[in-house]
Design a binder for this molecule. Structure first.
Ligand SMILES: *Cc1c(COP(=O)(O)O)cnc(C)c1O
Length: 458
């Protein structure tokens, strides 16, 4: 064991390491010099702390420099492989986009566009026009606009009502996640919350009794996205609520959360409200997300009666929550895909993953197993997965997954999970009943090779 001072004296000079043959292929730029300094500083600290007893060879140090140099080019926001089976995973970016949406985003980003310009008339126009016709055609609504996200859509709808009473069932005073709580959003919008009914049961008379002509500004219905109530529960039909709203000339606002454009029952997905049904039932203002079951970019879509949409477009808050042009481009391209109901499920990744039949999932899991089982014990299992993103809180859907087991090599399931998560492309799975599981529903088969390579590195 050499003395600390002796070791410190042996630390190579920056220039010495910079001229190492292994680093010759890089430009001697500031980033390379910075990487060298960082490696040498780490070494100095480790010597002083007694963690290093001998100076590593220069080729080892040059290898560390190389790794640091490449780290400089890694973004913080990067691709991950989603093996959780949760299609609309908010922490993992919700909906992956269709190719058509990606192309549209690229064009809008790279070039100038007619974002707010009418080419025919040669004058200023509105960004909403690019999607309004598509939304009204797909939902049956009179008019539509788009904003930054659904939270903003709800906020804008309430703000347009103007500092009045808004009647909500006690069963719908929900928290959607993060800080989106209905009572708080209501307070921010300047409206006063009037609670009616009870947690489990609210009937139409509760609403009607609460209406005070002149004071009441709207009725609000909020979809229970992320929880389910069963048993002794009741709420009025939408058309009954619409009837009360019309009788007292106030709007009925519905926050649908996810909101489907296409009924998914034919694919075995039940209980998802369809936007067109709400419009048909007489809801005046429907709001829903662009990046949940719709399968598009982050956006808040507002569809409903012309007079209310016009009020919202003109509201000062509209500017603060306006949709960005890249999201708008992706949203238009995604909505266009819905015009062909025969191909939409195949072309939108969220719908494709959601509607993938069990036998296809099982085949996919067998394929992934084939990539992995030369390295350790892998079994194909059937499981229940959740759509996520506030869609389908309860109804899990049958899925297939691989369970990876390295217990025979003394590797714990926690260590395995960590190894996959901390690779060059993070691979996120889950631990269930002491097994590490990758659900193939949310993994593209082109990622199987990356998964195998990471397992091989263990
Ligand atoms: C998800 C959700 C929201 C928030 O939508 P964002 O697009 O994430 O802003 C609001 N209300 C309901 C009912 C939801 O499910």
């Amino acid at each position: 064991m050499e003395s600390i001072n002796n070791l410190l004296r042996q630390i190579p000079k920056v220039d010495e390491l910079l001229s190492h043959a292994m680093l010759a292929r890089f430009d001697r730029d500031v980033l390379l010099t910075k990487s060298v300094r960082e490696v040498l500083n780490d070494l100095r600290r480790n010597i002083i702390d007694g963690r290093v007893g001998t100076i590593p060879g220069h080729d080892v140090l040059a290898g560390e420099v190389e790794a640091k140099y490449f780290e400089c080019f890694n973004s913080n926001l990067r691709r991950v492989i989603n093996g959780t089976g949760i299609i609309l995973h908010t922490n993992l970016g919700r909906a992956p986009l269709a190719n058509e949406a990606l192309d549209a985003m690229c064009y809008a980003a790279r070039d100038y566009s007619n974002l707010e310009y009418c080419v025919e008339k040669g004058e200023r126009s509105s960004r909403h026009v690019h999607v309004e016709g598509l939304i009204t055609e797909l939902t049956g609504a009179e008019a539509a606009m788009v904003v930054n996200n659904n939270a903003a859509a709800v906020m804008l709808a309430l703000a347009a009502v103007g500092q009045k009473d808004v009647i909500v069932s006690r069963g719908e005073l929900v928290e959607i996640g993060g800080s989106f709580r209905v009572p708080d959003v209501m307070a921010q919008s300047g409206c006063r919350l009037v609670e009616v009914g009870t947690t489990n049961k609210t009937n139409i008379r509760d609403y009607e009794r609460a209406v005070e002509p002149g004071l009441t500004g709207a009725l609000l219905r909020v979809h229970a996205s992320n929880f389910a109530m069963t048993g002794f529960v009741a709420k009025p039909e939408l058309c009954e609520l619409a009837g009360i709203a019309a009788k007292y000339s106030v709007p009925l606002i519905e926050d649908l959360g996810s909101g489907c454009i296409l009924p998914l029952t034919q694919y075995g997905i039940y209980g998802q409200p369809v936007v067109a049904d709400s419009i048909k039932a007489g809801v005046d203002i429907v709001t829903f997300s662009g990046d949940k079951l719709l399968g598009g970019p982050q956006a808040g879509i507002i569809a409903g009666r012309g007079e209310w949409i016009a009020k919202m477009k003109a509201h000062p808050l509209a500017r603060a929550v306006r949709i960005d042009k890249l999201c708008l481009a992706a949203l238009e391209a995604t909505l266009r895909l819905y015009l062909d109901p025969d191909t939409v499920v195949e072309s939108i990744p969220v719908l494709r993953m959601l509607c993938m039949p069990p036998e296809k999932l099982l085949k996919k899991a067998e394929l992934l197993k084939g990539y992995l089982d030369k390295y350790c014990e892998v079994t194909v299992i059937t499981e229940t997965s959740l759509a996520g993103g506030g869609a389908m809180p309860e109804e899990g859907i049958a899925t297939a997954a691989v369970a990876i087991n390295m217990a025979s090599k003394g590797v714990s399931v926690q260590a395995l999970e960590r190894h996959f998560r901390l690779g060059p492309v993070p691979i996120i799975g889950r631990i269930s009943r002491d097994r590490f599981i990758l659900d193939v529903r949310t993994i593209d088969s082109s990622d199987f090779f990356d998964i195998a390579r990471r397992l091989q590195e263990f």
